[in-house]
Design a protein around this ligand. Structure first.
Ligand code: SF4
Ligand code: ZN
Length: 309
């Protein structure tokens, strides 16, 4: 059924906000610009080299679009590049193509690297194993940890000052609850911190932190921002279950996620001081990358895989 935008009262609505207000494309754009620019203003300085982690999916493509717009409209002068880590999954081709096209359209330099060149292993290699070394881990654990570390290595090689990620409000709430369920105080202490406690770890900026996945999808489609819409079919693990539970809560209690996020931020801001003893990072004894433990998670996982060989 046709619904008119509750904010401007003149155009057709394309999405409903967490407070139940219908929004048209133009009003949604203003909303996205306002929220993403607030994060970027707080983080980017003159002379920075900003690297966007671009998977080619809708979130990171919108993040790149927002940073591109911010560079156009703000007085802050900074350089911009996009990095795509090809983890070697057979399902990633269309997303990598989308990333390439978007960078071409925006005139942004695109750096494409293979995870295998940095980590010695790809997702295809993992898929060819008869079984994973640890039953409690899914392919996503290996893929996620190794890809994240690769991204940091590439950003550092490029001399980046900030890494922009496409994490949205839904992702952030999921991660908070997952760390709570796991009791991972270390991860909670570092979570959403703008600063990096160690030079080797490039600070992360999340311009879509206050924007819901639904709003991102609606805007990317309406505006025709080049992106691959679709999920990796190998997605497994606790995140899927937590996402489902939170989605159910959102349906039964409208605005649950948006109302929860400021509380999450307030709790973390207050707790960060007490947790700060845990904020220190080590340099991994094996690979020299920043790590929460003496041996980083990526090396631990690679050792598990080696034991299997
Ligand atoms: Fe990798 Fe899992 Fe993400 Fe697929 S869903 S890209 S396997 S982390
Ligand atoms: Zn390591």
């Amino acid at each position: 059924m046709r619904r008119i935008c509750d904010l401007c009262g003149s155009s057709d609505a394309i999405v409903t906000s967490s407070s139940g207000k219908a929004m048209c494309e133009g009003c949604l754009e203003r909303f996205i610009i306002r929220r993403s620019f607030a994060e970027l203003e707080a983080s980017i300085s003159d002379g920075d080299l900003v690297v966007v982690a671009l998977s080619g999916g809708k979130d990171s493509s919108l993040a790149l679009w927002c940073v591109y717009k911010y560079r156009e409209l703000s007085s802050v002068e900074f350089s911009l590049k996009a990095v795509t880590v090809d983890e070697g999954s057979p399902y990633r081709r269309p997303a990598i193509e989308a990333a390439r096209s978007l960078c071409r359209e925006l005139g942004v330099e695109h750096v494409l690297v293979n995870m295998k060149d940095y980590q010695g292993i790809s997702v295809s290699d993992l898929l060819h194993l008869r079984r994973l070394p640890n039953r409690r881990r899914s392919i996503c654990t290996y893929c996620g940890v190794l890809r994240r570390q690769t991204l940091n290595m590439v950003a550092r090689e490029l001399g980046a000052d900030k890494v922009i990620t496409g994490h949205n409000l839904d992702d952030v709430i999921q991660t908070f609850f997952m760390n709570m369920v796991r009791g991972d105080v270390n991860a909670l202490a570092r979570f959403l911190s703008r600063a990096s406690p160690i030079r080797e770890l490039i600070p992360r900026v999340r311009p879509l932190l206050m924007i819901r996945e639904k709003e991102i999808a609606a805007f990317v489609i309406a505006r025709g921002i080049t992106a691959h819409v679709g999920k990796c079919p190998m997605a497994r693990g606790m995140r899927i279950r937590v996402r489902r539970a939170l989605d159910e809560l959102e349906v039964s209690s409208r605005g649950f996620k948006s109302k929860t996020l400021p509380n999450v931020i307030a709790i973390l801001d207050k707790a960060r001081f007490n947790l700060s003893k845990r904020l220190s990072l080590y340099i991994c004894e094996k690979c020299g990358e920043p790590s929460a433990e003496k041996i980083c998670k990526a090396c631990q996982l690679k050792m598990e895989l080696k034991d299997l060989a």
